[in-house]
Design a protein around this ligand. Sequence first.
Ligand code: AMP
Ligand code: ZN
Length: 115
Amino acid sequence: MSDCIFCRIAKGEIPAKKLYEDDDVLAFHDIHPVAPVHILVIPKLHIPSMAELQPEHAPVMGKVMTVAAKLAREQGCTDGFRSIINTGRVGRQEVYHLHVHILGGPDVLPAMLKR
Ligand code: AMP
Ligand code: ZN
């Protein structure tokens, strides 16, 4: 996907503050952080959203989650963190390349949703 911003970051065409990279997975700092720790973890494969996940994506998504957990620990989120995957219009997804947000920091996260 040549016009996908996260594919372009994965190819090195657009700079990002990378934290981790292997053949299948890339992690970088969110450009507009909303918490002291705000990391994005993506499969390099262009999957538009979580709604498009197929059984064959299970291995790479397993790697994405494992990398996310490792980076959260390394960034100091030893007392917990929040992982968010926004999906589609209702989920207010802005970038249509599947990504996991990792949000953390000392007691900065509000309750997930108001009841
Ligand atoms: P979402 O609403 O889940 O699609 O979130 C997309 C996220 O991507 C937002 O938090 C943006 O701040 C972030 N973002 C957009 N462009 C870039 C970029 N070039 N580098 C890093 N993060 C970005
Ligand atoms: Zn993409």
